[in-house]
Design a protein around this ligand. Structure first.
Ligand code: G6P
Length: 585
């Protein structure tokens, strides 16, 4: 999972590429590199670390020339090393490539090329593309023929950009995103519009099995058979360019604080045809809800609220699991796919399986330009703006708000005052001092357990995910009643337990669990609208309608995870080993 970018135009390429890479760092960030062409020569620099770190060490942005390619890497094939970082030059140094995805037949191709005298410096599957291009270019002497021959030989999912010594760029797309940005005097090729949004909002979303050949700012788009294909130039919303932290220390903090606004925006102005979605749900033979990570946790809450408030049964499915038991899905049903990015490979695969079974797809997505939107019958847009912090925060709230809106439309007696709800959330985040104090206590803790029942159990799981992602502390969500079936054995004075305990039907039982934990000496953080002597620390949440508790519970935990990350000196925006959108299976 990486980001790729290419630039060809009348300005010096390297600084533009570095800026674009910085904005796309959310896609992967263990190493970075840039290659440019000037006077028919390719120059290349790469290193380990984040874009700014590497740039201040080796000045990627000083490379000369008006054509270039760049890459941020999130290691899949081979360790995090300088050799494994992109761009990869071919043996002759006359071609360089950047690649996102996986080349499945790389071992076979590598052997063939090695037998023909090519050597490989990296452990990556990507370097294959560079040498295969060189081999094909030497025999065809033509960029178009070279790309067509190369895509006929590689198998897997990929988007790559190749730069030739004469300054020509070419790219191919198969199941990984590739977007063309068309400026006045320049053309961009990028994994995401964020790579170039400040220069142009005219874009072409490249179709699968398409290639593009650039000659300065002129281009040609062809299919894998070499035939010209139709394409559409569309405009993207400039708001996608709004990716600055402002006065906040981190994107994660900014995104946590945006949540009252998100409730209003997704609550009142969900983008998409909600009436039609509700109609599909009402008439569905079966309803399945799928997602990965945080988005799957939303699916768990969706199941609970649909059954509890409108008596509609649904089945949550972890996207990455569906391929191993596709028989779970009955033909002609409805699949609700939840994804912030709309690019998670696991979610797209789940959708592919469901579509094969003639299911209708309703997606809940933030990035309306994503692959998932194009595969859906109906899309409900989260409308929460770009989420850059790797750990999902405001997108979770947006997903739940849309689900509330669906339930509200399905029911005759549930009315949610989103404005009032947003105000009550504001109260939680206005004064984080207490949460900051608790965060200090968590600094040296090695295990945290989070307990919740009913609708609050998915919040226990989501809390554990936030703590893991942001603080690297081992954290586990437990259904309250299961405590006595195992986890109680782990309770002692070294352990912290967060009790999700709102004043709903689960309250009394969860308080009993707190008593049992307290008796074993563990420290208790109570997240509740009612204070209790059992809690060593009390995080107060507002008294609200039962259905709304999940959002008011997760927001203080997001803050707690954020401040604990600061205490532990980890980077809350870019946790180690993780990427915001995982586009490989
Ligand atoms: C990655 C991210 C998670 C996110 C998950 C699903 O694992 O690190 O934070 O929840 O992907 O992403 P999606 O874009 O499909 O919601």
């Amino acid at each position: 999972m990486c980001s790729i970018i290419g630039y060809s135009g009348n300005e010096v390429a390297a600084p533009i590429i570095v800026k674009g890479l910085k904005r796309m760092e959310y896609r992967g960030y263990d190493s970075v590199g840039v290659a440019t062409e000037s006077n028919n020569q390719i120059e290349l620099k790469k290193g380990i670390g984040k874009v700014n770190e590497v740039n201040s060490k080796i000045q990627l942005d000083t490379l000369p020339g008006k054509t270039g390619i760049g890459h941020t890497r999130w290691a899949t094939h081979g360790k995090v090393t300088e050799f494994n970082a992109h761009p990869h030059p071919s043996n002759s140094g006359k071609i360089a490539i950047v690649h996102n995805g996986i080349i499945e037949n790389f071992e076979e191709l590598k052997k063939q090329l090695e037998n023909e005298g090519y050597n490989f410096k990296s452990e990556t599957d990507s370097e294959i593309i560079a040498n295969l291009l060189q081999k094909n270019y030497e025999s065809t002497k033509n960029v178009k023929e070279t790309i067509l021959k190369t895509v006929s030989e590689i198998k897997g999912d990929y988007a790559f950009v190749a730069m030739f010594e004469n300054g020509q760029l070419a790219a191919a797309r198969f199941h990984e995103p590739l977007i063309v940005g068309i400026g006045q005097e320049n053309v961009f090729l990028s994994s995401d519009v964020l790579g170039f949004i400040e220069y142009t909002d005219n874009v072409i979303y490249m179709k699968n099995r398409n290639i593009i050949i650039l000659d300065k700012k002129d281009f040609q788009i062809l299919d894998f058979n070499g035939k010209n294909t139709e394409y559409e130039i569309t405009k993207v919303s400039k708001e996608f360019g709004d990716v600055y932290k402002g006065d906040y220390a981190h994107f994660t903090l900014k995104e946590i604080y945006e949540q009252p606004d998100v409730i209003l925006k997704s609550g009142e102005k969900t983008i998409g045809d909600i009436e039609k979605a509700v109609d599909y749900i009402k008439n569905a033979k079966n309803i399945y809800i799928t997602g990965s990570g945080t988005s799957y946790n939303s699916a768990l809450i969706a199941k609970q609220i649909l059954s509890k408030y409108v008596k509609i049964k649904s089945e949550p499915i972890i996207s990455s699991e569906l391929q191993f038991s596709p028989e779970i899905i009955e033909r002609d049903s409805v699949l609700i796919a939840i994804s912030q990015s709309g690019e998670s490979a696991d979610v797209l695969e789940a959708v592919r399986i469901a579509k094969k079974l003639n299911c209708k797809i309703i997606s809940i997505v933030n990035l309306l330009t994503s692959s998932l939107v194009r595969k859906s019958d109906i899309t409900l847009g989260m409308n929460c703006g770009p989420e850059i912090g790797v750990a999902a925060t405001k997108s979770f709230t947006a997903q739940l708000t849309i689900l509330y809106k669906i339930v509200q439309k399905l029911s005759n007696n549930i009315t949610i005052d989103f404005e009032k709800f947003a105000e009550s959330i504001l109260k939680i985040i206005e004064n984080p001092v207490k949460i900051q104090k608790i965060a200090k206590e968590l600094k040296n803790v090695s295990d945290i357990y989070i307990l919740g029942r009913g609708i609050n159990y998915p919040i226990a799981i989501e809390s554990a995910l936030k703590l893991k992602e942001l603080t690297y502390i081992h954290a586990e969500g437990i259904p309250g009643g299961e405590l006595k079936h195992g986890p109680l054995a782990l309770m002692d004075s070294n352990v912290f337990v967060i009790i999700i305990n709102p004043n709903d039907s689960t309250y009394a039982d969860t308080l009993t669990s707190a008593r049992e934990i307290k008796a074993r000496g563990a420290k208790i953080i109570g997240v509740s609208d009612i204070e209790s002597d059992l809690y060593d620390y009390w995080i107060e949440i507002p008294k609200i309608k039962e259905i709304l508790y999940p959002i008011s519970e997760i927001i203080p935990i997001q803050l707690l995870s954020y401040y604990s990350a600061l205490e532990k000196d980890t980077d809350p925006d870019y946790p180690r080993n993780l990427a915001k959108s995982v586009t490989v299976k």
